[in-house]
Ligand binder design. Structure first.
Ligand SMILES: Nc1nc2c(c(=O)[nH]1)N[C@H]1C(S)=C(S)[C@@H](COP(=O)(O)O)O[C@H]1N2
Ligand SMILES: [Mo]
Length: 527
């Protein structure tokens, strides 16, 4: 043992960084090459995004809630950062373990590759070719690792035929550096080319620029938004949410790119007539324009996951009637081009409310993140059971036969939006001076409508807030209340009552399975 240690070149331990770097570069080459090859197959087949998406799909409900609660709509960047940290650590480990005659690191890369292949093949839209980007990436990555580690002076006794390390390690070091720079360049170039060309090849920008918002006849237009739907207080929720601040929630790590030319909607299952609609078939129909407030079931009490927009679209009811829904079909299972599904009660879609296949949002073609070119908007239901973006398939089925994406993950089956209210101003712990103060916020109970909003201070008696003008029962309603603020710390609370007479309950329950309950509370420091 002592012998071997003595034979060890003095610089052996210093090579740890080089080994770790080798592993890191090998992993970068796997991901870069994988990304480039994926453009030939499908963006969803890229090893990085396939693993990310499969992680999202396999995330247990509590972890998703934790992620949304902690990171809000930044849950995607948070996932990417987490994945990157894990990849960096594992690949450095692989590099440290790799030896010319003991390719443990290479074996680890192959193992990670198997995970990547498994993830790619389990994408909802996958075929066998989805394995190719990861396999190509791993081959390139293992070659990179072998070359880099092979160029390092041996750490122990030089194997037969291998030149012993020069005293200063000059030659192997230069060779290693050259290889490392090459590997960095390859990884960077393939990744950049994959992302860039993938985006160009599947660009929908031109399609969206040429998109003509359907002309809505006066009789089918949304009623004008009266003055007075807004409270007009800085910090209070505006009645219409601009597209660029509209909350975005979905499982799509890469925004699906679907042109109007590629878009089709297949209607099948328990129907009299199967239909496949092209964009032109859809655009021939008569559009309606409506103002509807969307809400995410994951919204915590007082949370930001709700938005209100003017939508132009085609009534879902008419398309369902055309297909002829069987009387015993009670679920519309809608599928997005990326495989996400929603199960919506047929009854709700046929009961006369303005459920639509929306194609425009606030006077713009749908933004890509909000479902371009076609998404569903169903007043009164949470997004996860109704608001399928990039929708391409409708299957008429039954709740006792089929399950949608979130119901298989512990969420409710049928999910009407719960009555909710929120204090927007003053914000939590905002410094406030004593005197008259406007408390303002929003409240919603889509498709039932808001009857009243009440506010109380420090467990006092409930006071009626003033309601802003009502637009419709499908939209939220802003409110304000005059408060004579006195010195000290105070707790403001709000509760709303809908037009069915349901008042929000005090009991706090989490968003899962059917939406949070409880009163929004704001602590205010007055001095
Ligand atoms: N294709 C697809 N559509 C989807 C989702 C999704 O993950 N994928 N999420 C749903 C959920 S949970 C909500 S709350 C709404 C949010 O719509 P928005 O992002 O336009 O606000 O979209 C719904 N439609
Ligand atoms: Mo949601």
């Amino acid at each position: 043992m002592t012998d071997t240690a003595e034979l060890q070149p003095p610089r052996a331990r210093r090579r740890l960084p080089a080994r770790a770097l080798s592993g890191l570069l090998a992993a970068a080459v796997v991901l870069g090459v994988g990304e480039l090859v994926a453009i030939l197959i499908d963006p969803a087949s890229s090893p990085f995004f396939a693993v990310g998406s499969t992680t999202v799909d396999r995330t247990p409900a509590w972890a998703r809630e934790f992620a949304i609660h902690t990171f809000g709509t930044n849950d995607k960047p948070a996932l990417f950062i987490g994945m990157t940290i894990l990849i960096v650590l594992l690949s450095m480990g692989a590099g440290l373990l790799e030896r010319p005659r003991r390719p443990i690191g290479s074996a680890m890369l192959v193992l990670f590759g198997l995970v990547g292949v498994y993830a790619a093949l389990s994408r909802p839209t996958a075929d066998a070719l989805f394995a190719v980007p990861t396999v190509a990436g791993v081959i390139a990555g293992v070659a990179t690792l072998r070359l880099l580690v092979g160029a390092l002076p041996p750490a122990g006794i030089p194997p037969a035929g291998f030149p012993p390390a020069t005293p200063d390690g000059a030659l192997p070091r230069r060779q290693f550096m050259a290889l490392a720079v090459t590997a960095t360049a390859i990884a960077g170039a393939t990744w950049a080319a994959g992302r860039y060309l993938g985006g160009q090849l599947r660009s929908v920008t031109a399609d969206r620029l040429n998109f003509r918002i359907p002309f809505v006849k006066a009789a089918d237009a949304a009623a004008p938004i009266p003055a007075g739907t807004d409270v007009g207080v800085t910090g209070a929720t505006t009645f219409v949410t601009p597209n660029d601040t509209f909350y975005r929630i979905d499982t799509a790590l890469q925004v699906p790119r679907l042109t109007t030319g590629e878009w089709q909607l297949r209607i099948h299952g328990m129907v009299d007539r199967e239909l496949t609609l092209s964009w032109d078939d859809l655009a021939r129909r008569t559009p309606i324009e409506r103002v509807v407030t969307l809400t995410c079931v994951s919204n915590e009490v007082g949370g930001p996951l709700a938005g209100n927009a003017t939508w132009v679209g085609y009534p879902m009811r008419e398309l369902l009637a055309e297909a002829g829904v069987h009387p015993d079909a009670d679920m519309l299972l809608s599928t997005s081009v990326d495989g996400f599904t929603c199960g919506t009660p047929v009854e709700v879609l046929m009961d006369g409310r303005d459920a639509m296949l929306a194609v425009a949002m606030n006077g713009q073609p749908l933004p890509l993140e909000h479902g371009y070119p076609v998404r569903q908007v169903v007043p009164g239901l949470y997004g996860f059971v109704s608001a399928t973006k990039w929708v391409v398939d409708w299957e008429l089925t039954r709740f006792d036969r089929a399950q949608a994406y979130w119901t298989t993950r512990g969420w409710g089956e049928k999910a009407p939006i719960k009555t909710a209210s929120r204090i927007d101003v003053p914000t939590a712990f905002a410094p406030v001076v004593p005197g008259r103060l406007l408390v303002a916020g929003t409240a919603w109970a889509q498709h039932r409508g808001i009857e009243k909003v009440e506010v109380r201070v420090d467990n006092g008696s409930w006071q009626l807030a003033t309601l802003a003008a009502e637009y419709s029962i499908d939209t939220w309603r802003q409110w304000w209340w005059d408060w004579e603020a006195t010195d000290g710390s105070h707790v403001l609370e709000v509760r709303a009552t809908d037009l069915d007479g349901n008042t929000q309950v005090e009991e706090r329950t989490p968003p899962i399975p059917g939406g949070a309950t409880g009163w929004h509370r704001q602590t205010v420091l007055v001095r």
